[in-house]
Unconditional design. Structure first.
Length: 117
């Protein structure tokens, strides 16, 4: 599975961004997908995870109520809608495949999200 993330950028606090991750390879719907994020000197942390069917989602405590993860199995894509962004959301965001809440079997390249105050 190869993953290509996009959609990062610079946004003011309170604004929104939508990250997308396109997956290549077969059996996309078999994989739980997730977004993690990482800042310098810190471990990569879970942002959100979605089951293969899309029926079950999980969110990190810091993003609950603000971020929404979704997937389109027909298009092999997963999205992260980020609303009410805060400066502390600034990080490199990584798309992952075959994930639990701590690690993924596959990783895409990161995309930088910067939230200015």
């Amino acid at each position: 599975v190869q993953l290509q993330a996009s959609g990062g950028g610079l946004v003011q606090a309170g604004g929104s961004l939508r990250l997308s991750c396109a997956a290549s390879g077969r059996a996309f719907s078999r994989y739980a997908m997730a977004w993690f994020r990482q800042t310098p000197g810190k471990e990569r942390e879970i942002v959100a995870r979605i089951s293969g069917t899309g029926d079950t989602t999980y969110y990190g405590d810091s993003v609950k109520g603000r971020f929404t993860i979704s997937r389109d199995n027909a298009k092999n894509t997963v999205h992260l809608q980020m609303n009410s962004l805060k400066p502390e959301d600034t990080a490199v965001y990584y798309c992952g495949g075959s994930c639990n809440t701590r690690v993924c079997g596959y990783w895409g390249q990161g995309t930088q999200v910067t939230v200015s105050s």
